[in-house]
Design a protein around this ligand. Structure first.
Ligand code: LLP
Length: 414
């Protein structure tokens, strides 16, 4: 919840001015609003109320323990893609029995960990993976609850790097092969088929591909039932887009209504795996202007955050709204907002018109999803600190990293 106080012309997160947060915790700083997280989760529950879905927060969007803990307290389940993410869910008090293990290349060790933890379901993406889960489950004397991630071959019409539902993508089992893969799975002694799953991509701004995917998956559900393979749940993945700039985003109520209509009287529990739409607009990256550099052709606002903190602009040419925390009576300039990393791709915003000068604070919006979770140490930069704001209170939920911590696992042995 970002608000502007027009008397002081400064931005607030809930009831706290960003200027105070920067003073207390330094920059670059990820700032999350607890009420925005809650509201986003409740939006799903309200929109889909008639279907009583299990909302499994996709941990990859932001795996901070406090954020997981908060969603767990709201009743959320989790969607994970690694043993590491499962460890996070368990450490934060999340329920393994509400956790779906997705991902295209699970190792035997990860499968063993998840089986012992008692996850709700493994979303399997290939025949070799079916065989691998069967093997590990047999060795442990357990029965693995499984579902197949089917690739419905639907164009999600999003950035090619985050589109996953087309034939050419590495994800899921091809639609045409799905029945045979289910038959194969049903013959395994240590697998129990419980569901079906699809996830066609991320940052979807159009509802129709989601509906089309649902329709195609339900057709398979019926064919499976005809063969005596009766499923307990339908998992439609994540993918609902958020507003970064001026996108139209899918209306959750309309999505829910369409799904309900398509599901009809089928007795299936609905599972959803939203990531971005739960955390994306609940978080921002707060950064300070180091200085303004007037180049020959372009101006550059050099800030203390960089592509290692927020990779999305460099990787996907993604737009994040950037604004000054304090409104100043100075001439705005048009500039690229860039970090100090030695790469031309290190930009956070291009050709932005902004009124700022050395020492000012800027807010990079909509950075709650795939911001800190994709951060790196490139150029030996410490990962940013993170805070969670709740009304007029603020908690540090990740300490700023130190160079000593970065070097701790390295050995200078020659
Ligand atoms: N389920 C599965 C199996 C997924 O692969 C993903 C995201 C989700 C759920 C959550 O999707 P969401 O609701 O967040 O769209 N780094 C990219 C996004 C990659 C998404 C990968 N999979 C970005 O910054 O835009």
């Amino acid at each position: 919840m970002i608000k502007k106080d027009f008397r002081n012309m400064t931005l607030f997160c809930e009831q706290l001015p960003y200027t105070h947060l920067a003073e207390e915790f330094g920059t670059p700083l990820y700032v999350y609003s607890k009420s925005a997280l809650t509201e986003a989760f409740e939006n799903y529950q309200t929109a889909f109320a008639a279907l009583n879905p299990l909302v499994c927060y996709a941990v990859k969007a932001n795996g901070n323990l406090s954020i997981i803990k908060h969603f767990a307290s709201l009743g959320s389940g989790f969607d994970i893609v690694s043993g590491g993410e499962l460890a996070r869910v368990l450490a934060a008090g999340g329920d393994a029995a509400k956790t779906i293990f997705s991902g295209v290349g699970k190792s035997e060790a990860e499968i063993e960990f998840a089986l012992n933890a008692g996850v709700k379901c493994f979303n399997m993406e290939s025949i070799p993976e079916i065989d691998r889960i069967q093997k590990v489950a047999a060795r442990l004397g357990k029965v693995a609850p499984v579902s197949l991630r089917v690739n419905p071959d639907v164009d999600a019409k999003t950035h090619p790097y985050i589109s996953t539902g087309l034939k050419a993508n590495k994800f899921g089992i091809a639609y045409a092969d799905a029945l045979e893969a289910y038959r194969h799975a049903s013959r395994q002694s240590h697998l129990k088929i419980v569901g079906i799953d699809c996830h066609i991509g991320s940052q979807l701004t159009d509802l129709s591909p989601l509906i089309e995917a649902c329709e195609r998956i339900l057709a398979l559900v019926d064919q499976l039932a005809d063969e005596g393979i009766v499923l307990e749940h339908l998992d439609l993945g994540g993918g609902v887009g958020i507003v970064y700039q001026d996108e139209n985003v899918p209306d959750l109520g309309a999505y829910a209504q369409s799904v309900q209509k398509l599901m009809g009287t089928r007795r299936l529990k609905l599972v959803l795996e939203p990531g971005r739409s739960l955390v994306g607009n609940a978080g921002s990256l707060l950064t300070r202007v180091e200085f303004v550099k007037h180049g020959e052709e372009k101006n550059f606002v050099m800030v203390d955050a960089a592509m290692n903190d927020l990779m999305r602009p460099a990787l996907y040419d993604a737009y994040h709204h950037i604004e000054a925390i304090e409104t100043k009576d100075i001439e705005p300039l048009t500039a690229n907002i860039v970090g100090p990393i030695c790469e031309t791709g290190d930009f956070l915003g291009k050709d932005r018109t902004i009124a700022c000068e050395e020492g000012d604070l800027l807010l990079i919006r909509s950075a709650g999803a795939y911001g800190s979770s994709m951060a790196s140490n490139y150029n030996t930069r410490n990962r940013a600190a993170e805070v969670l704001v709740d009304g007029n209170e603020c908690k540090l939920i990740r300490q700023r990293e130190t160079v000593e911590q970065q070097m701790a696992n390295e050995l200078a042995c020659l």
